[in-house]
Ligand binder design. Structure first.
Ligand code: FHN
Length: 431
C-alpha cells in the first residue's frame, strides 16, 4: 500500500518498474561527458568569475563582444568523447552567466548574436548524435544577466549580510514571475527545437534566506511540462524537489571522493567530476587529476552502482585544451581493453569480499565479476572465494590467470610484470 501511495505521488504516475525501463540505457552506459562552455572561457579563471569578481553586466559585455570560437569543431569533440568510451554528453546550453549557446527567441544574449553567428547547441547535438552518443542539456536555473532574476545572496550584485530592505531596494522593478516564464519558454525551446533530448541537467537550487528553491522555479509544473514535451527524458534532482516523490530521476553527488560514494549504493545516482576542480576552462589551474585518479573515479562509481559524468571545459577558441585531450586519450586507451567491466556493471554481490587494494564491478547479466587492481601484486588473495570461481583471465587480452586454493581463499598467480596499463582488470568466471 505504501509503495502504491508513493507511486501515485510520482508526477508522471510512473511506477518504479517503468522508471527503471526508461533509465535502462543510462544505467547501462555508466559514463558520460559534461561540457561547460560559455563566455567564462575568455576570462579563463572559473565559470563563477562574474560572481567571484562581482562583475557587472557592462563589465562582462567585453566577453560577449569578443566571443569568437573560430576553431569550434563539435565533430572533433564527439570523436574524442566516443574514443574515451563516453556514451552520453551534456552541454551547458546556458550557465549562471545567462549567455545562451542556442538561438533562443527570448533573448539577444546568445551565441548567434556574437561573432560566432552559430547555434552551438544545434551543432553539438548533430555531431554527437552522428557518433551514436546520447545528448543532454545542462540549463542553469540561475541567471545573473536576466533583468528580472532577483538579486540574491549568490548574485554578482549581492550585498554581504544585506538587510531585507536592502534586497527589496535592489530588486525594485525585477519581476520573478517574468523570469519564471522566461525559464519555461527557454526549456520549452530546448525540448522542442532540437529533436529527442535524452537528459536534462537543471542546476541548481539553494533554498533558504536570500536563496531560491522549488517555488522560485515553479518546479512541480516545470517538471510536468518537461515530461510532457519529452516523455523519455532523464532529469536530475536539482529543482529542490525530493527524489521519487516529485519525479527527479537521479541524485548528483558533486566532486565527492570515491569513498564517499558508498552511501549512494542502491540509489540512482551520477557523480559529476572535473579534471581539475573548475568546470569552465581555467587556464592557470594546475591541480589536474592523474589518469589513475580518473580511472579510480570511473571504476569507483560503477563499483558502488552509479554513473560518472566527467567534465571538459573547452577554450574560448572552441577546443578541448591539450590537458583534456591527453586525459581523454588515456581513459580511452584503458577503456579499449576494459570497458566490459564498466558498461552494464554495478556493485558486486555482498558474498564477494573486496580483496585488498582492489575494486569490484559485476555484470548481473553475464554474471562476470571484475577485480580492478589498483595496486599491482602478482600474487593476489581473493578471501573466501574458494569454490566460487571456475576461471580467471586478464580482461584486456583474455590471457588466462591460473589460481590456487589456500584454505578458503583463492590465490591468483598474476604475471610477474604488471601489464602495460594503469589499472589491470581480472575477469572472473563464476561457478
Ligand atoms: O554552480 C554550478 C557549477 O558552476 C557547475 O555547473 C556545477 C556542475 O555540477 N553545478 C553548480 C555547483 O553545484
Amino acid at each position: 500500500i505504501a509503495l502504491q501511495a508513493q507511486e501515485k505521488k510520482m508526477i508522471g504516475q510512473e511506477t518504479p518498474a517503468q522508471k527503471e525501463k526508461r533509465m535502462a540505457w543510462w544505467t547501462h552506459d555508466r559514463f558520460g561527458m559534461f561540457i561547460h562552455w560559455g563566455l567564462y572561457a575568455l576570462p579563463a579563471r572559473h565559470e563563477w568569475v562574474k560572481h567571484n569578481e562581482r562583475l557587472t553586466n557592462e563589465q562582462y559585455q567585453t566577453y560577449f563582444d569578443l566571443f569568437n570560437p573560430n576553431q569550434f569543431d563539435p565533430k572533433s569533440w564527439a570523436k574524442q568523447a566516443k574514443a574515451a568510451g563516453m556514451k552520453y554528453a551534456v552541454l551547458t546550453t546556458k550557465h549562471h552567466e545567462g549567455f545562451c549557446l542556442f538561438d533562443s527567441r527570448y533573448t539577444d544574449y546568445k551565441a548567434t548574436n556574437t561573432k560566432a553567428h552559430r547555434d552551438l547547441v544545434r551543432e553539438f547535438v548533430n555531431a554527437f548524435r552522428a557518433e551514436g552518443i546520447k545528448v543532454g542539456f545542462y540549463y542553469s536555473l540561475i541567471d545573473w544577466h536576466h533583468p528580472d532574476f532577483t538579486i540574491d545572496g549568490m548574485h554578482p550584485q549581492r550585498v554581504e549580510n544585506g538587510a531585507d530592505s536592502t534586497y527589496a531596494r535592489l530588486n525594485k522593478g525585477r519581476d520573478m514571475n517574468k523570469y519564471r516564464q522566461y525559464l519555461r519558454n527557454q526549456i520549452s525551446e530546448l525540448l522542442t527545437q532540437y529533436g529527442k533530448i535524452d537528459i536534462l541537467w537543471l542546476d541548481f537550487s539553494y533554498p533558504g534566506k536570500n536563496g531560491k528553491g522549488k517555488d522560485d522555479w515553479d518546479a512541480v509544473n516545470l517538471l510536468k511540462m518537461i515530461r510532457k514535451l519529452q516523455p523519455g527524458i532523464i532529469v536530475d534532482n536539482r529543482l529542490n524537489l525530493e527524489e521519487y516523490e516529485d519525479g527527479a530521476d537521479f541524485l548528483t553527488p558533486e566532486q565527492v571522493k570515491v569513498e564517499e560514494l558508498a552511501q549512494y549504493r542502491g540509489k540512482t545516482w551520477e557523480t559529476c567530476q572535473t579534471f581539475s576542480g573548475s568546470w569552465g576552462y581555467y587556464r592557470d589551474e594546475n591541480s589536474w587529476k592523474s589518469t589513475h585518479q580518473l580511472l579510480e573515479l570511473l571504476i569507483g562509481s560503477v563499483s558502488k552502482g552509479g554513473n560518472l559524468i566527467l567534465n571538459v571545459g573547452p577554450t574560448a577558441r572552441g577546443l578541448f585544451d591539450y590537458r583534456a585531450q591527453s586525459a581523454l586519450g588515456n581513459i580511452g586507451d584503458w577503456m579499449k581493453g576494459n570497458s566490459e567491466s564498466i558498461y552494464g556493471c554495478t556493485y558486486a554481490p555482498e558474498s564477494f569480499e573486496v580483496p585488498k587494494n582492489t575494486m569490484l564491478t559485476y555484470n548481473p547479466t553475464t554474471q562476470r565479476l571484475y577485480v580492478h587492481l589498483l595496486e599491482y601484486n602478482n600474487r593476489l588473495q581473493l578471501p573466501q572465494y574458494k569454490g566460487k570461481i571456475k576461471y580467471a583471465q586478464l580482461l584486456h587480452d583474455n590471457s588466462e590467470v591460473k589460481f590456487t586454493t589456500d584454505g578458503n581463499n583463492i590465490i591468483l598467480n598474476l604475471p610477474e610484470k604488471q601489464p602495460d596499463m594503469e589499472i589491470p582488470v581480472v575477469e572472473l568466471v563464476l561457478n
